[in-house]
Design a protein around this ligand. Structure first.
Ligand code: TXA
Ligand code: MG
Length: 311
């Protein structure tokens, strides 16, 4: 059910959960002052309680009073990338933020989103927790219809159209004398070089314990099984997720992400295409992963790998 900004403000103030557009993906929003609404988010998403939530605010000033100590280069990052698809994990004064939001960690993830409707809302409501608006483990929502599909057609969603980026924010954490990327996202590692003077190291999720608790769980995966392939030489039939500027075997049905020559456009279509697979009840699909894993395509590659791991 589509709602206006005014209705969204009223519902959030009354302790309800609503779908909210951001430039990355849609979020499930609740006020940080309403603990029962925060609980309901975990229930709605079927999200494990040890996976903390991102707090979204309208401006940097809104987070300063929560912070414990000073973190180097915070202002530089905030000035360079907020509002925008960057989330920063920072040490906080624990008693000021409900343990449910932090999943009992001494840190909190913060973000200032760029979508005008999200910003308008945040200015009126104050800080909102907003995990991605999808069932835990499945593809995120980049359109109001996706939110309604996952949570029912009567679920209140503020309609901000299709998300411009279509990938979640990049999450940074300061560690061992430098910033690290603990979840790849809509901002490529290279984007931070001009501001920081170095490229933040990407923390690998495999092998070591992920710093981003969400990294422990199934993620972004449709019900259909995804098989990642470098070459289509031996494939004669089936469904392919690929690129519109490439040729694939004639007997296959191709779901095109867009032309590889336009990486931003390609990644913005990822979740809609993964959802389309399930809607059309395909059980299996091949995915073309024969591309250079640099810039935003490094995030695409990570998402496709995670999505192919399934349950
Ligand atoms: O683009 C986005 O970030 C979207 C939009 C709605 O803003 N939100 C989003 O939230 O992707 P969610 O909950 O789906 O993913 C947040 C990730 C989770 O993997 C969680 O483990 C991690 O952030 N996270 C949250 N708090 C953290 C913390 N204190 N330390 C490390 N990771 C944290
Ligand atoms: Mg998510």
């Amino acid at each position: 059910m589509r709602i206006s900004v005014t209705e969204a403000i009223q519902l959030l103030r009354a302790g309800e959960v609503v779908g909210v557009p951001t430039e990355t993906v849609y979020g499930l929003a609740a006020s940080i002052d309403h603990l029962e609404a925060i609980d309901y988010i975990y229930t709605l998403k079927k999200r494990p309680s040890n996976n903390p939530l991102i707090i979204h605010v309208a401006e940097l000033n809104d987070i300063l009073s929560y912070l414990e100590g000073k973190t180097s280069d915070l202002e530089i990052l905030a000035r360079g990338f907020w509002p925008g698809p960057m989330t920063i994990v920072l040490p906080v004064k624990c008693k000021l933020i409900p343990a449910k939001v932090r999943a009992d960690l001494p840190t909190v993830a913060f973000r200032i989103p760029q979508h005008p409707l999200a910003l308008e809302l945040l200015k009126q409501t104050g800080p909102l927790v907003m995990p991605s608006a999808n069932l835990s483990g499945y593809p995120s929502s980049t359109h109001p219809e996706h939110v309604e599909h996952d949570f029912g057609k009567h679920f209140p969603v503020l309609d901000g159209g299709t998300c411009q980026k279509g990938l979640e924010s990049t999450i940074l954490m300061y560690r061992k004398g430098g910033w690290q990327i603990i979840r790849q996202g809509a901002l490529a590692a290279e984007s931070f070089y001009p501001s920081l003077g170095y490229m933040p190291k990407i923390q690998q999720q495999k092998g070591e314990k992920p710093l981003c608790p969400g990294g422990m769980y199934r993620h972004y995966a449709p019900q259909a099984k995804l098989t990642l392939v470098q070459s289509f030489q031996d494939i004669t039939e089936g469904v392919i997720i690929g690129f519109s500027d490439r040729n694939y075997p004639a007997g296959c049905k191709v779901l095109a992400l867009g032309p590889l020559a336009k990486p931003e456009f390609v990644v913005s279509n990822l979740y809609a295409i993964l959802r389309q697979l399930d809607q059309e009840k395909h059980r299996q699909a091949y995915v073309d992963v024969n591309f250079l894993k640099s810039g935003i395509l490094a995030t695409l590659s990570e998402r496709l790998h995670r999505a192919s791991e399934g349950a």
